[in-house]
Design a protein around this ligand. Structure first.
Ligand code: COA
Length: 159
């Protein structure tokens, strides 16, 4: 099993708890045109088919990132991931996504899927750096303020 990319000093990763849902929703609103509501995060924390992590800044306990992974039989999907703007480019998402891949493969997934907006160059670079490859497009998948935008489907196998 590959070692996880190091977590930068000053942060820790833990399971998401119900009381994190409001913070995660605020971070989702700040990060996405189509954010997840607090209720979505509440649901995912309790969903036995989900794994939900947060990144916490150790100095103040603030939630500065999250990732939700779905596990269904031998399929896994990264449902959503975000890092607060002022904490980006420090390797936090690299660590979280690698952690999710490791969990998915340990739980018996054959591959991990995700969808990302075709114009989200930061996220696409992140996933490529972690071994994900393009596996098709979904036309008009995201209804954004700029109109329908395509999703890129990306995949990575566990082997
Ligand atoms: C995409 C996102 C999660 C990346 O989080 P992050 O913690 O800043 O990413 P990391 O620091 O771990 O970056 C890992 C690698 O991803 C790539 N990357 C990340 N941000 C990038 C950017 N803005 N431009 C180009 N490449 C980028 C780089 O290869 C980077 O490695 P490097 O810093 O050694 O060059 C973050 O920008 C974010 O929350 N965006 C808004 C929400 C979002 O788009 N989520 C993904 C939806 S599919």
């Amino acid at each position: 099993m590959d070692p996880l990319p190091p977590l930068p000093p000053g942060y820790r990763v833990r399971w998401m708890r119900p009381e994190d849902a409001a913070h995660a929703a605020a971070l989702s609103r700040a990060s996405f045109d189509l954010p997840w509501a607090e209720e979505h995060f509440q649901y995912e924390v309790r969903n036995p088919l989900s794994r939900a992590w947060v990144v916490e800044e150790m100095a103040n306990g603030q939630v500065v990132g999250f990732l939700i992974l779905w596990l269904v039989a031998d399929q896994a999907e990264i449902a959503t991931v975000a890092i607060a703007a002022e904490h980006r480019r420090r390797g936090l998402a690299r660590h979280l996504v690698a952690r999710a891949v490791r969990e998915a493969c340990a739980q018996g997934a054959r591959q991990i899927d995700l969808e990302v907006r075709v114009d989200n160059h930061a996220a696409i670079a992140l996933y490529r750096a972690l071994g994900f490859r393009e596996a098709g497009r979904r036309r008009g998948y995201y209804q954004t303020a700029q109109g329908p935008t395509d999703a890129l489907r990306m995949q990575r196998s566990c082997s």
